[in-house]
Design a protein around this ligand. Structure first.
Ligand SMILES: Cc1ncc(COP(=O)(O)O)c(C=O)c1O
Length: 383
């Protein structure tokens, strides 16, 4: 079996992730931040260590400015719902995942003004087009770091510089890049970094979070939910300090333990090494697919301009049938359809048909990529 659905969730994970979670479940298990007994303190330490590892990865010097959420979607919702008010203007792109697009569309129905800057057919974005979309009431730029359909990396640092110059906050959806592509919040001008734990960071599902840059006014950003935090328990008001303001309810501590192991694994391997390997796999996949007759490849076609997520179609066969045959006849597991990003498919011209998506991970090999290309060639030859 060759698992190529890593753009949805990476699998397998490095062995240390399951080991750390098992160790947590067997030997720690208590609620972090809720009591002063030894197991609760050990749980708090595990959670803090994960914040600290993520801080090293993203260039966040204060680990308390990293808040945990249930997934990337919740982190994006936190910013959309917590920062935008009726009459505010927000700028986004035409390759966003529904994790961002749906909250923005909902807010639009409540009076938030929304501009969607069109990306090119290959998923590229012109920073000048973003600048032209700004208005006096623009308060937020909300931008995908890399498309989950074609993998194209967007020019975050250039857009971040524009945001800084204009005094606007920039939210980045790093679901497809965190752990797999270098991210330095300060250097790239990122104010709010939404990340998911279960993809390139190799954590389990049910993990994610939001990093709050120095320019973010925590007074202004409302929490998505309110409730117990184990702090200020005499008060019926949500604490105003970090991270408790945004972390109501018991955390997914066993998941956060696994996420910490995943993040430390990424730090040990080094993001640049991970990136090099994924770029090599992607280049090999692109050139293999390109040589198959009757196959349409989407995106820039240049591995250096994208993450390891590749979309294609086989002429005259529905994407779902291609994926089914790849699984049943060749043991290649991938994903077909719209990948929760209809706007991205409209952008690349594959709406409503969708595409077949191969998502590679650091733990895939060149041999697996070669075998997957041969499997596609076989399916395409039996059209
Ligand atoms: C670009 C992008 N944004 C957001 C998300 C949502 O992340 P999560 O599954 O952690 O909610 C995904 C997941 O597929 C994604 O690919």
């Amino acid at each position: 079996m060759i698992y190529l659905d890593n753009a949805a969730t990476t699998w397998p994970k490095p062995a240390c992730v399951a080991q750390t979670m098992t160790d947590y479940a067997l030997n720690v298990g208590a609620s972090p931040g809720r009591a002063s007994h030894r197991l609760s303190l050990a749980a708090s330490r595990v959670v803090y260590d994960t914040r600290e590892a993520l801080g090293r990865l993203f260039g966040v010097s204060d680990p308390l400015r990293i808040v945990f959420t249930a997934n990337g979607t919740e982190a994006l919702n936190l910013v959309a719902m917590g920062y935008l008010n009726s009459g505010d203007h927000v700028v986004t792109t035409s390759v966003e995942h529904n994790a961002l697009m749906r909250p923005l569309r909902h807010l639009e129905s409540l009076g938030v003004r929304l501009t969607i800057v069109p990306c090119g057919v290959d998923g590229t974005l012109d920073p000048a087009a973003v600048e032209q979309a700004l208005r006096p009431n623009t308060v937020l730029l909300a931008i995908n770091h890399a498309s989950n359909v074609v993998g194209t990396v967007l020019p975050i640092a250039q857009i971040g510089a524009i945001a800084r110059m204009r005094g606007i906050l920039m939210l980045v959806d790093s679901a497809q890049t965190a752990g797999a592509y270098p991210i330095d919040m300060a250097a790239m001008g990122i104010d709010l970094l939404a990340f998911t734990g279960h993809k390139g960071l190799f954590g389990p599902q049910g993990t994610g979070g939001l990093c709050l840059g120095e320019r973010v006014d925590v007074e202004r950003l409302r929490p998505l939910k309110r409730g117990g935090t184990g702090s200020n328990s005499e008060s019926e008001e949500q604490p105003s300090f970090l991270p408790d303001k945004y972390e109501a309810g018991t955390l997914n501590a066993v998941g956060i333990a696994g996420l910490g192991a995943g993040a430390r694994y990424v730090l040990e391997q080094g993001v640049s090494r991970i990136r090099r390997h994924e770029e090599e796999l992607t280049a090999c996949l692109l050139s293999g697919l390109r040589a198959i007759p009757g196959l349409q490849l989407y995106g820039t076609g240049d591995a250096s301009l994208q993450v390891a997520t590749v979309s294609f179609n086989v002429t005259d066969i529905q994407p779902s049938e291609v994926a089914e045959r790849l699984d049943e006849e060749h043991g290649v597991l991938c994903r077909a359809g719209l990948h929760c990003a209809p706007a991205a498919h409209r952008t690349i011209g594959t709406y409503p048909r969708g595409s077949v998506r191969f998502g590679l991970s650091y733990l895939n090999t060149l041999e697996q990529v070669d075998a997957a290309v041969e499997a596609v060639r076989s399916v395409a030859s039996e059209r």
